[in-house]
Write a protein that binds this ligand. Sequence first.
Ligand code: NDP
Ligand code: HEM
Length: 500
Amino acid sequence: MSKKPTLTTSAGAPVESNQTTRTAGARGPALLTDYQLIEKLAHQNRERIPERTVHAKGWGLQGTFTVTHDISKYTCAKVFNEIGKKTEVLSRWSTVAGESGAADTERDVRGFSLKFYTEDGNWDMVGNNTPVFFIRDGYKFPDFIRTQKRHPKTNLRSPEAMFDFWAAQPECVHQVTILMSDRGIPKNPMYMNGYGSHTFSMWNAEGERFWVKFHFKTQQGHEHYTNEESEKLIGKTRESYQEDLINAVEEGKYPKWTLYIQVMPEEEAGNQAYNPFDLTKVWPHKDFPLIEVGELEMHTVPENYFQMIENAAYSPSNVVPGIGFSPDKMLQARVFSYADAHRYRLGTHYEALPANAPKNAKVNHYHKDGAMRFFTNDFDNPDAYYEPNQHNGPVAQVENPEPPLRIDGDADRYYQEDADIDYVQPRALYEMFSDEQKQRLYNNYAAAMGPCSDSVKERWYAVLEKVHPDYAAGVRKANEALDSDVNAVPVTDDTPLEDN
Ligand code: NDP
Ligand code: HEM
């Protein structure tokens, strides 16, 4: 017998051969009793799970968050309760629209997800590399995503659909400006910021609530690819992010981010010109300065990508005492959507998988059974399987519960009209860009919307005009230059493929 470990079936029985099928005679057919062959083929058929409906392509590391500043006056969350405190974190960065095999350096928003394994359970920060989002009502999300995915007939991505939708949702111009700017193609996740984007809440031990925004600022600086650089790179490798992350860790160059928060006292929410719960808006730094909290360092490549990254189930619903939601209605849609997606993608007990199981909190719930129940949960007493009970089963108790939130207003569907306020912040961003940055912005638009019909282009110029006339003129000029350059018939959904 060899000293190597013995190969076994999933039931643990030693395997006779892993290379040769059992056949009737040297040249004969396979025998159905070769269960080892059947098991091997059957497992291969089940190796893939549904990919995430969005953010399917991703990369992740394990790391540590360290508190460097005291924010206990804003929150009683244990993850922040002591300077020097360290908490294990699992990150997953992603692109939004591409499938799981998409090239890494495509122009797209990047997801920035962090799972903090705190002693009060897991806190998930499921953000993006942008401080705002395209829409502010979760009702629109499935339609928005449809425009980012493939056309039902051509099975191609459709710039026509993207800009048709955006032109009808002018509040998206803030996010589209970021997407078309230099930051639309980060060199890799190490060179981008992460934002919680939504307004969240914190409450302290005295029960005072604050509205809060989370900012993870890269310590590596911002580095990006131009369209041309990215196209060249994709020609060489589609997996440059994964390669860069693995190389950085192997060389000991662990990427770091500084966590800051912006804090708005609860009663000040009504005093802003903009709605502070509108996900298409930032809070200007001069009004709400960044407050330093701690440092995130990602230092370990998970041993098994599928186990830790593909199985990672992030959800904005995973909050811990001291950190909570806000009246942002997009956030409420997300609080429902993610756990629902995980039950479909990973199964009923997805939270017991190694990536998702709390590492520093004991799980005590009364959820029972179901497919793949592979954990025990008897609270040291098999009789305590319902609640209330007389068997010392777990009971609901929180040291510092969330303070009550006064809510009023008539239940209705409040249509948020496109208003001047929607253009103020995109304008501030546009005006920050240097002439070179502006020219690249225009060129990036031309590359993205070249294939669009004239009607869609004109509608989008009308949106840009409201941000700044120079912005509209610059994009129009770049589009016209590209048109006369290529002198080709654009591919749009209205153009039959055979004509192209
Ligand atoms: P500040 O001058 O204080 O901040 C400007 C911000 O813009 C910085 O956070 C900077 O990020 C960020 N930035 C620079 N280039 C880009 C880009 N291409 N895409 C996205 N962000 C970029 O100004 P204000 O706080 O008054 O904000 C002005 C505008 O800046 C806003 O309208 C918004 O568009 C944008 N912005 C604001 C943020 C905020 O939370 N207030 C956050 C991010 C953007 P960094 O410091 O990492 O370089
Ligand atoms: C992934 C829904 C808005 C960031 C997902 C997934 C769903 C979803 C269903 C896939 C989850 C999975 O299968 O694991 C929604 C809905 C939204 C919304 C309904 C609006 C109502 C946003 C916003 C952000 C965001 C505003 C960022 C600020 C992410 C990220 C992921 C993700 C980062 C990937 C998580 C991971 O790494 O596994 N979203 N989303 N989403 N979403 Fe959203």
